[in-house]
Design a protein around this ligand. Sequence first.
Ligand code: PXL
Length: 278
Amino acid sequence: MKHIQKKIAMINDITGFGRCSIAVMAPIVSAMKIQAVVVPTAILSTHTQFPEYFFDDYTSKMPDYIQTYKNLNMDFDGIATGFLGSTEQVEIVIDFIKTFKKKDSMILVDPVMGDYGMIYKTYTPELCDKMKELVNYASILTPNLTELCTLLDISYGNGRFSRDQIGEMCDMLAKKGPKHIVVTGIQLNDNQIMNYIYTQGQTAKEIIVDRIGKDRSGTGDVISAVIAGMFMNGHTFYDSVKKATEYASKCIEYCEENNVPEHWGLSFEMYLNSLMED
Ligand code: PXL
């Protein structure tokens, strides 16, 4: 019988404590019956929101690591990328996608670059430009509003954009490659957050969720992983985003009720079984 289990390459950091990147993304897609193949970009003891962390950049080792997959003629049904630390690392990711993607592979790029109109300190103008290049290879893009503006060189201003403006920005990005874009975490008011869901050639949709408590680290990683898993399992982009936002909301609610510190990430383990399908 043909082996039909799908595999996704996750190019991301391995962070020990704090529930972000691979530590949440691999178990989530595993629960969805997809094989997670880890391609590390860095190894950290905790994520960078803690006052102290061990950080080992893996960039120089990535080419040899990846070469073995090239020699073994591997291919992937999906590739997901997250936080990237240097232009060199983005080059390696672009080469990885060019080498391993199949005709219908899902390429999810989470352009982790900033939030609330501010670009992270590690993002030099060169790195921002390189991320714009990576967008050309994505089939799914999951920016927040800050990242959407940065990728298009549009000023964030006060962060207030109409739905039409957001739609036009998605149109511009989609011309470069990604068929599906979800603009995450758009603040509608003090209590509500909107996710704007764009698929090329279709009318945009939105999912509005209640804001529960403060921001929690790793939320974006949980959402990308559920979207990737659902989409690879044949669900529509809208249904994938819907499931992802519902799942994240449940986890956040649990964290609030159980006083989980905000920088400990989401207690995604509590609801993994709700991602399992027969
Ligand atoms: O969740 C994003 C993320 C991923 N990886 C590392 C981080 C963060 C956010 O702080 O520090 C190492």
